[in-house]
Design a protein around this ligand. Structure first.
Ligand SMILES: Cc1cc2nc3c(=O)[nH]c(=O)nc-3n(C[C@H](O)[C@H](O)[C@H](O)COP(=O)(O)O)c2cc1C
Length: 391
C-alpha cells in the first residue's frame, strides 16, 4: 500500500502521501489569517492528511485574487500563521503554504459571487478594485481590467517580494512551500505566450518567458534553505487556443527542477477567462493523472496529481501504478475532513493508531461495537421496525 508509505523530500518526512490541495477561503481581512484558518486547516491535520497546504497566500497585496485573500506580505501576518502551523505540526502532519500572486486575474469577487471583476458597487461597499500588474497589458478576459506591463524594476522588486514572503513562511513554521504557477496567475502569465507579449528578456522565446518564474524559484529556494521541499503548481496545459501544451510544460518542468523545485504539482487551465478560447480539460476521475505521469516519466522530479480523487483505492493505485508520488485532494476534503483516516480503514487497516489518540481511543472501540451490532443484524432503525410512522 503506497498511500500510507511515508515520503521524505529533502529534510521533511510526510507521514503519508495524502495532501490537502490549496484552497482559497476568502476569509481574511487585510490578509490576516484568523481562527477560521486554524479550525479549517487544523481539521484536515486531525483527519490524518500527511500534508496540509494552506490556500494561495498573497506575497503582495496587489496579487490578491479578492480583497479577502490571505496574505504573507507583512510581518503582522506571521503570528496568525504560527497558530495554524503549531496545530498542524502538533498532530503529526506537515504544514505547507502556497505562495501566490494573482497578476492580471486579481481584484475579483469571491467564486460564490461568480468571481466577477470588482466594480463600482464593490467600491461603494468598501472593496474597491486596485490597479493590476502582469507581463503585458492584456486583460485576463472580457470585462477584466487592463493590467499594466511590469517594468524591469517592478519585476526585480516582485522577485524580492516572493523572497521575503518565503522567509516569513519559514518564521511562521511552514515546512513545505508551494509556488502557485498555474491557473493564469502571475507566474503562469509570464510562462504563457497567450498573456506574455513582452519583447525584452522576460518575453518572446520559451527561455525568456521562463526567466521570471526561475528567478522566483531561486529567490524562494534561497529564502527557505536546502532542507525544505519546494513544489511548483503548473497548468499542465493552458486550456486555451494558442497556449502552452503538455510538451512545453515537460520542458518547463525540467527547468524548474534544475532551479531547485522538488515537486511539480500538475493542475491545468486558467490562462484566460475568455470562454471562446476555452479548451478546458474534461472533468473526469483523476483528470490530471496523465499529465503527472508524463512529467514524472520524463523529468527527474517528483509529481503530485490533483483533481477528482475521491476514493482510497483510486488514490493508492495512482501511486502504485506510477502516475504520481503524492495525491492532493481538494473538495473531497471539504466534504470529509477525515478522508485520510477513512481511506486507511477502506484499505483494510483498522488499527486506529494513526488517529489522534483523543479521537482514535473513542472511535476505534465504537467501530468494533458497530461491527458487532451489524453482525447481530441490528441497525439504527431496528427500534422502529413494526411501529407506525406518521407521514
Ligand atoms: C474552494 C476552492 C478554492 C481553491 N483555491 C485554490 C488555490 O488557492 N490554489 C490553487 O492552486 N488551487 C485552488 N483550487 C483548486 C484546488 O486546489 C484543486 O486543484 C481542484 O479543486 C481540483 O481538485 P479536487 O477535485 O480534489 O477538488 C481551489 C479549489 C476550490 C474548490
Amino acid at each position: 500500500m503506497m498511500l500510507f508509505t511515508p515520503l521524505t523530500v529533502r529534510d521533511v518526512a510526510l507521514p503519508n502521501r495524502i495532501g490537502v490541495s490549496p484552497m482559497c477561503m476568502y476569509s481574511s481581512i487585510d490578509g490576516l489569517p484568523n481562527e477560521f484558518h486554524v479550525a479549517h486547516l487544523g481539521r484536515f491535520a486531525l483527519g490524518g492528511a500527511g500534508l496540509v497546504i494552506a490556500e494561495a497566500t498573497a506575497v503582495d497585496p496587489v496579487g490578491r485574487i479578492s480583497p479577502f485573500d490571505a496574505g504573507i506580505w507583512d510581518d503582522a501576518q506571521v503570528p496568525g500563521w504560527q497558530r495554524v502551523t503549531a496545530l498542524v505540526d502538533a498532530v503529526g502532519s506537515v504544514p505547507g503554504i502556497q505562495l501566490g500572486h494573482a497578476g492580471r486575474r486579481a481584484a475579483v469577487r469571491e467564486p460564490w459571487r461568480a468571481g466577477a471583476p470588482l466594480d463600482d458597487a464593490d467600491a461603494a461597499a468598501g472593496a474597491a478594485p486596485w490597479p493590476l500588474v502582469a507581463p503585458s497589458a492584456i486583460p485576463a478576459g472580457p470585462g477584466h481590467q487592463v493590467p499594466s506591463a511590469m517594468t524591469a524594476a517592478e519585476i526585480s522588486r516582485s522577485v524580492q517580494d516572493w523572497h521575503e514572503a518565503a522567509k516569513r513562511a519559514m518564521r511562521a513554521g511552514f515546512r513545505f512551500v508551494e509556488l502557485h504557477g498555474a491557473h493564469g496567475y502571475l507566474l503562469h502569465s509570464f510562462l504563457s505566450p497567450v498573456s506574455n507579449h513582452r519583447t525584452d528578456a522576460y518575453g518572446g522565446s520559451a527561455e525568456n518567458r521562463l526567466r521570471y518564474p526561475l528567478e522566483v524559484v531561486r529567490a524562494v529556494r534561497d529564502a527557505i534553505g536546502e532542507g525544505i521541499p519546494l513544489s511548483f503548481r503548473i497548468s499542465s496545459v493552458d486550456g486555451a487556443v494558442g497556449g502552452l501544451e503538455l510538451d512545453d510544460m515537460v520542458e518547463v518542468s525540467r527547468a524548474l527542477a534544475a532551479a531547485g523545485v522538488d515537486i511539480i504539482d500538475t493542475s491545468s487551465g486558467g490562462i484566460t477567462t475568455d470562454r471562446s478560447s476555452d479548451t478546458r480539460v474534461r472533468r473526469g476521475f483523476a483528470f490530471h493523472a496523465d499529465f503527472s505521469r508524463r512529467i514524472r516519466d520524463e523529468v527527474d522530479v517528483l509529481t503530485a496529481t490533483v483533481g477528482f480523487v475521491t476514493d482510497a483505492r483510486q488514490a493508492d493505485l495512482l501511486l502504485e501504478t506510477g502516475d504520481a508520488d503524492l495525491v492532493l485532494l481538494g473538495r473531497q476534503m471539504l466534504d470529509d475532513p477525515n478522508w485520510a483516516h477513512h481511506a486507511r480503514l477502506a484499505l483494510g487497516d483498522d488499527g486506529f493508531e494513526s488517529w489522534d489518540v483523543r479521537f482514535g481511543s473513542a472511535v476505534g472501540p465504537r467501530h468494533r461495537t458497530l461491527a458487532r451490532l451489524a453482525e447481530a443484524g441490528e441497525t439504527p432503525l431496528s427500534r422502529f421496525e413494526g411501529s407506525r410512522v406518521r407521514d
